[in-house]
Design a protein around this ligand. Structure first.
Ligand code: GDP
Ligand code: MG
Length: 227
């Protein structure tokens, strides 16, 4: 059974709030969106949260934190989606994380969405390196944090540089990560990829419960309904 809920999206700010008089909120799901410059990270996040898209590249020097909410397994969860700039490397220690303001919160994310551009070989290499660094540097006990690999710009399929099945096999079979291809421009599979991300973090947290989550199309700007 899916329960509908309206989610609003707010920028900045943190903290849990009681909701609907039901008492304490579960802690927020922290989603980190990473990838090389220009792969479409900001476009994906904007498409998901606002159903908005711009042809202009976004200036990408700082991280942007967005707050939203979702219903997962019958519980309302705050979502904290952080759109990171193209960081040169994943911080190897908490000190490094806090020294570089772009990286704040990155080591404690519950799920990583690693985005590459299907037409840019280097952007896949970036994702490879980032995945490796995440596995090597995350604090002990959290190494199994879910990672979802996303190939964006699916609409530019003709310019694809690595066959889809090669990437998909590597990611799913060898890396044991989820793989989704999407187009922020045409809104293909954007909801699906966030659903996958939430399902993976939900499953990791409550191993005996099948994660049920469903998104509906945005009802109007700044709002969307989750079932
Ligand atoms: P970021 O640096 O990773 O945040 O990338 P942006 O979101 O700023 O996008 C970089 C450029 O790619 C912009 O000009 C976007 O309009 C374009 N872009 C983003 N997503 C897509 C997509 O799905 N298809 C196409 N064709 N272009 C896209
Ligand atoms: Mg950006």
């Amino acid at each position: 059974m899916h329960w509908p809920a309206v989610c609003e999206n707010r920028e900045g700010g943190t903290g849990n709030r009681g909701r609907g008089g039901s008492g304490v909120m579960p802690p927020p799901f922290r989603i980190a969106v990473l990838g090389a410059q220009g792969v479409g990270k900001t476009s994906i996040v904007q498409r998901f949260l606002r159903d908005d898209y711009s042809e202009a590249p976004t200036p990408g020097q700082s991280r942007k934190v967005h707050l939203s909410a979702a219903v997962l397994n019958g519980h309302v969860h705050d979502l904290q989606i952080t759109d990171y700039p193209a960081i040169p490397s994943f911080p190897g220690s908490s000190l490094q994380e806090w020294t570089d303001s772009c990286c704040r919160g990155i080591r404690s994310a519950h799920v990583y969405i690693l985005v590459y551009d299907i037409c840019c070989f280097d952007s896949f290499e970036y994702v490879k390196t980032m995945r490796q660094q995440i596995l090597e540097t995350r604090v002990i006990g959290t190494a199994e944090v879910p990672i979802l690999i996303v190939g964006n710009k699916r609409d530019l399929q003709r310019g694809r540089v690595i066959p889809r099945h090669n990437v998909s096999d590597l990611v799913r079979k060898t890396w044991k990560c989820g793989y989704v291809e999407c187009s922020a421009k045409f809104n293909w599979h954007v909801l699906l990829l966030f659903g996958e991300a939430l399902r993976s973090v939900g499953c990791a947290r409550c191993k005996h419960v099948n994660a049920t989550i469903r998104f509906q199309h945005a009802l109007r700007r700044e709002r969307c309904a989750l079932m």
